[in-house]
Design a protein around this ligand. Structure first.
Ligand code: DQA
Length: 151
């Protein structure tokens, strides 16, 4: 059975491509999800994606995944800065966890530099645009195969 990676997207990320394109780029969430699925599949992993504008729906998805997945990549979007509930749900899992932000949250309004996720994450990728998701996937697959080389 291939190892399974769950990718979670928080509120308003369904509007990628339309939403503040100068910050978040022109590609849609579907474009990103397709690229992630293809890359994971080509490397022998399976990957599923889930987006919600609702905090409880994200908590439910994280709970449902218990025992079913090997790693989590999450862009909690605005919930990054507010959600103890998503943090607590993620803590149910003892798995590699990568936090992604398209923009550099440390370079924007002060409230965006606080993350309820970063201190429980394996690592964080911020400010590299949507390619941050693909970098996170590379890192996750390397972690899950125990790879330490630089290629
Ligand atoms: C974001 C940054 C958050 O502050 C914001 O609320 C988002 C997107 C990012 O990917 O840069 O919705 O997580």
């Amino acid at each position: 059975m291939p190892k399974h990676i769950l990718v979670l997207h928080g509120p308003n990320l369904n509007m990628l491509g339309k939403r503040e394109p100068q910050i978040y780029g022109k590609l849609s969430l579907r474009d990103i999800n397709t690229a992630l699925e293809k890359k994971a599949c080509a490397a022998g992993f399976s990957l599923s994606t889930f987006q919600s504008n609702h905090e409880g729906a994200l908590v439910d998805r994280v709970q449902e995944a218990l025992g079913q997945i090997h790693g989590i990549i999450i862009n909690p979007a605005a919930f990054t800065h507010t959600s103890v509930a998503i943090r607590d749900a993620l803590l149910l899992h003892d798995l590699p966890l990568i936090e992604v932000h398209i923009s550099n949250i440390h370079k924007r309004e002060a409230f965006r530099s606080q993350s309820y996720i970063s201190d429980i994450a394996t690592g964080q990728i911020v400010g590299l645009g949507i390619r941050g998701y693909l970098l996170a996937l590379d890192a996750m697959m390397a972690i899950l195969t125990d790879k330490e080389d630089l290629m």
